[in-house]
Ligand binder design. Structure first.
Ligand code: URA
Length: 202
């Protein structure tokens, strides 16, 4: 049998984590991917960590997150509030594309969440922007309604105890379908931008 990665043993070095995820078979999504999508961007205390839901078709092909239309909208929104792409790390709640872009299942999210947690611990981002309900609920370990989670600054603890500010906003694919929510999303981005992370000086 080929050796498969065990999601319960998660490397604590960035490059090893990347290698581990690249061969992960901890859930059924591995069978349908062309490659994993680890994430990309500023990897040392980035100003922003953006967490989407799952890679789409282009992302799966390129091995990079947010390559399609939702990503273009996201970049336009970030740039409209003065956020440089070079200050952002982009990743997703699950690292493999669900076939047909279906919503990831709870067991797939559970299998992949330790990777995102470890990424957060190693990255030490100044703030996290959770894009959409699934990323928000998983990171905050809650089943609260999406609308109840928006509009506040939450905090999550990294595995080594840093309190990291987290703001919830609409997923950019949802904004493409319902542009009337864009004004609210801009408010969320501005709320996140105004946050001062306590570990900023570390
Ligand atoms: N592409 C991604 O990488 N993530 C999403 O959530 C949507 C598109």
């Amino acid at each position: 049998l080929p050796e498969v990665a065990d999601a319960r043993i998660v490397p604590d070095v960035w490059e090893a984590l990347q290698d581990h995820i690249a061969v992960c078979a901890a859930c059924g999504l591995h069978a349908g991917r062309s490659q994993t999508v680890f994430g990309t961007g500023a990897a040392d205390s980035p100003e922003w960590l953006l967490v989407g839901e799952a890679p789409g078709e282009h992302d799966d092909r390129m091995g990079l997150p947010f390559q399609g239309r939702p990503g273009a909208l996201l970049e336009a929104m970030l740039s409209s509030i003065g956020v440089q792409k070079s200050t952002v790390f982009f990743t997703n709640l699950v690292k493999c594309r669900p076939l047909g872009n279906r919503t990831p299942r709870s067991e797939e999210i559970d299998a992949c969440l330790p990777y995102l947690r470890r990424q957060i611990t190693l990255l030490k981002p100044r703030r996290i922007l959770a894009l959409g309900k699934l990323a928000a609920q998983a990171l905050l370990a809650t089943d609260s309604d999406f609308e109840a989670l928006r509009g506040h600054v939450h905090h999550i603890d990294s595995e080594d105890g840093l309190a990291i500010p987290l703001v919830v906003t609409y997923h950019p694919a949802a904004l493409l379908l319902r542009p009337q929510h864009k004004a609210d999303a801009w408010q969320d981005l501005n709320l996140a931008r105004a946050v001062v992370a306590e570990h900023a000086a570390l």
